[in-house]
Each structure stands twice: as C-alpha cells, then as structure tokens.
Design a protein around this ligand. Structure first.
Ligand SMILES: C[S@@+](CC[C@H](N)C(=O)[O-])C[C@H]1O[C@@H](n2cnc3c(N)ncnc32)[C@H](O)[C@@H]1O
Length: 196
C-alpha cells in the first residue's frame, strides 16, 4: 500500500492501480475523449471501466467483459458481461449490442499466473490475439485499439500482425506500469481492411 499508484487509486476511489495506466495512455493519445461506444476486455475488478465511464460521458456506452464477475458499478453508462472473450457466443452477443461497431477496444487481459513465465507469457499472447480478433470484428474503421501484451516469445510476430491490420501502431509502456513487468500496450488506429 506504500506504492504511490495503489495509494492514489484508493484516494480517488478507483478499484485498481491499473486505472492510472489507462489515464496515462489516454492523456497521451486521447482516444476516449470523442468516443461513445467502448468495449473493455478483461475488466475485473473495474478500474478501466471507471476511467472510461468518466471520460466517455453519460450518452456513451462502455461494456466490460471478464470471465470473473465484475462487482456492480453504480455507473449508468457501464454494462458488464461475464464470459470468456475467446467464446464465439460472447462475440455474437457483443456484435448484437454494438450493431454500429465500437470507437475504442480496450484490452487489459492477463491470464491467471501459473508461476512459469514462458507459460504465462504464451497464454497472454493468446489473449492479446483474441482481443485483436474482436477488434477486427467490431471496431469502426477510424477506431482505436489498446491491447496489453507481454514481451517475450511471439511478441514481434504479434506486433507484425497488428501492423498488418492497422495503419497506425505504437508500442508504449505507461509510467504506472511497473518497470520490472514485461507488459507493454499496443495503441493502434485505422483498421486496414474495413472496420465494423
Ligand atoms: C489485469 S486484470 C484487468 C484489470 C482491469 N483493467 C482493471 O482496471 O480493473 C486482467 C483480467 O483479465 C481477465 N481474463 C483473463 N482471461 C480472460 C478471458 N479468456 N476472458 C475474459 N476475461 C479474462 C481476468 O479474469 C482478469 O480480471
């Protein structure tokens, strides 16, 4: 709790210190300001949903998906779904909610940690790939995707895959991300072969 972002999260009522990663990414790229429809993958306990809710405003809709239940948030513009983002039924459900596509796809997906780094990293890349698939199905052509990825095996190949899908791609590590962690965030815009 002496860690500054933990303290700040508690002070400001955010459910996770991860909230500050999204704040810092949005301060740099400004993807949430004009957004109305936002999908957040891997949302529990809900810090990113709180930040997106504040920044998108009352006439927007933010949908959070997690395999774990997300404790209810008293936010009118936020809906949550319990499910696996790799499940086709969940993707169909999201397509039916966002019939006109989404402006921003957020993914902070992380696997449950096994303790074996290679296993965790490879599982995380699989989740990042699942997020990219969802982005391809739902994102508008000028929408933004923000996808967490662990550096390691297949990382460069994954970046290439994102570059093949989007016109603009940056790899960034927000200050709130612990230096020793292998996580970085891919920020991408401009789906190449037609959006939602
Ligand atoms: C780092 S946490 C997200 C923290 C969140 N951004 C916040 O600010 O509170 C990663 C989440 O990914 C979820 N997750 C992992 N694999 C998943 C999957 N296949 N489908 C849905 N959620 C998944 C985990 O349950 C976990 O809650």
């Amino acid at each position: 709790m002496n860690e500054p972002y933990h303290r700040m999260a508690k002070e400001r009522g955010y459910r996770s210190r991860a909230a500050f990663k999204l704040i810092q990414l949005d301060e740099r790229f400004g993807f949430l300001g004009g957004a109305k429809h936002v999908l957040d993958l891997g949302s529990a306990p809900g810090g990113w949903l709180q930040v997106a809710s504040e920044r998108v405003g009352g006439d927007g809709l933010i949908v959070g998906v997690d395999q774990r239940p997300i404790p209810p948030l008293p936010l009118e513009n936020v809906k949550t779904i319990v499910g696996d983002v790799r499940d086709d039924e969940i993707i169909k459900l999201l397509c039916s909610i966002f019939r006109e596509g989404i402006d921003v796809l957020l993914s902070d997906l992380s696997p449950d940690v096994s303790g074996v780094w290679e296993v965790d990293q490879s599982r995380q890349i699989e989740l990042a790939k699942a997020a990219l698939r969802v982005a391809r199905s739902l994102l508008r052509a000028d929408g933004w995707a923000v996808i967490k990825v662990f550096q390691g095996a297949d990382f460069e190949a994954f970046i290439e895959e994102v570059k093949n899908s989007f016109n603009y791609v940056r790899v960034v590590k927000p200050q709130a991300s612990r230096k020793r962690s292998a996580e970085v965030y891919i920020v991408a815009r401009g789906l190449r072969s037609g959006g939602a």
